[in-house]
Design a protein around this ligand. Sequence first.
Ligand code: DGL
Length: 288
Amino acid sequence: MPTNPTIGVFDSGFGGLTVLRALLPRIPGAHYIYLGDTARLPYGAKSQTTIARYAVESARFLEQRGADYLVIACNTATALALPEIRAAVSIPVVGVIEPGAKAAAAALIHKICHPEPSAKDLLSHPGDTTQSVLVLATQATVHSHAYRNACAHLGLHTTEKACPLLVPLVEEGWTDHAVTRDVLRIYLTEALSLSAPQAVLLGCTHYPLIAAEITAMLRTLGSSAEVIDSAEATAAEVARQVDISPLAETAPATFECFATDSVEKFQRLGSHFLGQPIPRVELLDLGG
Ligand code: DGL
């Protein structure tokens, strides 16, 4: 791979900008091409065949556009189509699930060394000594059990909870909103009735935007579980793999964005996910 590579970042929509946001400071000197398949969002409720077709088309576009390295920022696409994507392109591909699972394992090892279970954790699950992770994700990701399998390889016990209402709430900009807190209360109460996790893995691009609300609701419900952001974990993994010349490390990263639907909406909503303005977005037609 060349030094100072061009890194393609793919997501079903705006959410993967949370991964780009984590990549920009970690790998300066790189050029990023971000593609949000907003016309076909959400992937989270679609079939494996459809998700694989959409993701492969997007991956091929990014490779043709000059990407030397591909980051699948979408949890759903990673969970359901990573082998198909890898087979369709000739550049290295990293998804979000393995880095997320590894980050959860690292957090749990840290917790084993510094255990501080809450009184409620101990009262509600007195015999539960397994180091367990709760994965919050879309319906499709949960049904694939990709996170459960990745965590099992690392010796972790996993409970998975589909949270389908969270993507539209975040897309609506309702990150700090009573309705979102009510929905979180319901999802997390259901999940915590099944296990007492030591870590909660955010297995969807949109959830980092409500990480503070998720943490606050866990505390309200008596859980001391640590919240793990797979966007950060993925950026750290990519930074380990790519080669940046020392000279370029001081140069700011550059990025260009493509969307398959309204560029105006992408700029407006996407800037919240990216944490900075998006000066220009190009409209791309990938077909139906
Ligand atoms: N990007 C998807 C994910 O991370 C969430 C949005 C969607 O369902 O397409 O799973």
